[in-house]
Design a protein around this ligand. Sequence first.
Ligand SMILES: *[C@@H]1O[C@H](CO)[C@@H](O)[C@H](O)[C@H]1NC(C)=O
Ligand SMILES: *[C@@H]1O[C@H](CO)[C@@H](O)[C@H](O)[C@H]1NC(C)=O
Length: 484
Amino acid sequence: MAVQARALVSLGLWLLRAGLCRCQDPGDSADRAAFQPQSALSDVEFAVASTYRGPGNSDTRGNKELPILLWWSAGLFPHFPGDTERVDCALSSCLVTRNRKVQLHRRTSAIIFYGTDFRAYEAPLPRLPHQAWALFHEESPMNNYVLSHGPAVRLFNYTATFRRESDYPLTLQWLPTLEYLLSPPAVSLQEKNRWRRAGLAPVLYVQSHCDVPSDRDRYVRELMKYIEVDSYGKCLNNKRLPERLEDTATATEEDRQFMSFVSRYKFHLALENGLCPDYVTEKLWRPLHLGCVPVYRGSPSVADWLPSDRSAVLIDSFPSPRALAEYLRALDEDDAAYARFLEYKSPGRATNGRLLEALQSREWGVSDMSRPNYLNGFECFVCDQENRRLAAERAHRRAPNTRPAPPPRMADNSHMGCPVPSPGYGPIEDIPTSDSWLQMWPQDYWQSLDQAEGLESLIRHNESDPGLLWHHIQRLAARRTAGR
Ligand SMILES: *[C@@H]1O[C@H](CO)[C@@H](O)[C@H](O)[C@H]1NC(C)=O
Ligand SMILES: *[C@@H]1O[C@H](CO)[C@@H](O)[C@H](O)[C@H]1NC(C)=O
């Protein structure tokens, strides 16, 4: 877990750096226009070829013959320290680079984007017909709603997202191992009951990111009318953390003392910041690990991934916060019923075949140095797919009658497709217009659709200046108004 947390922290730093790079490089697009594609690689430095070669890889081509994969989100480039590297994947090899100078190079066969970073007004244009686009987006849908709209996600040929439908699914990215789930409860039920008698609430809430699309605080605020909740974070705060724990509460690291502090609670409110199928984070897995019962709202299909059919309380199966509170109160008073929620930790009782299968078969590891991380894994997935496509295209050119051209492939809405944010509690009509959630998230979602359509239009018109995005958006809007 520590490794994963570190990876995430460094990911954040990289992103920050990527952002800085863009700011310091205002001449980038002018530079690109003047650029001579054929000589692009002459000033690109090669790092030493990587050491690992996949078992099915007998690719003997030299670096100058390999297809190039360009990481458009340079901050995520999963190699160090160079800008360009040869990767020898399971079946074939590629050059990977974060040097944008190769954007228009004829050998640049794919461009890889990081979803959180993807901006329509900075897209690499013109889009060359021979270039595939690959999307890596493991983070919350709230980071970029553009990708939740068909016109944008269909621009990508390969995806790695949290959705099981994506080409390289990252659904269980926050779950290190099965053992993590099965470890015995950190605090026994007898002890939890003692803490209850000593004044601890049955339910815990620790949240410091309050204005989010899932509008979770509106739900929790209502729930708190019917059951006692100890709330330690910035959101709906009613309790103070011991001083020692104050800066660990929001950290990704699983601080030992913090973990034992929270594991005394019977129920943990676990509400994701954005609601989307298969967007499931440590908010679910951590209480399961500790042996506390998650009270969950997030992916509507979360039951598909739970260790057993009774291991979490799903908010959406209750008609109201009040009904949920009644259920939790009853469980709080019924030790046998509560204990049944932890039965999956007994040998052989984690019975969800889909979960077990997915953990078995994923090729990337979480905190597991013996397996690739999912950035390198996806890069190699794209590399092997592209080499296969290029080979099929060559075969087709040589024998058009006997070897059909490879069919195009592209993503669809099932690779992301998160719904418009809706209120955490109650009908939207009841929310005052001054409400900050209302002002922010539904609008953000629909403006993202405008951007998705604008980008699609830019590409359809073979524009080479992404700065024309606003112009295209206006034109589409004018057309809609005119009813055409
Ligand atoms: C990639 O997707 C684009 C846009 O959807 C499509 O036009 C193109 O044919 C696809 N390319 C491949 C190689 O499948
Ligand atoms: C698209 O634009 C590029 C340069 O901006 C040009 O080379 C190419 O021929 C154009 N493609 C089409 C289909 O018009």
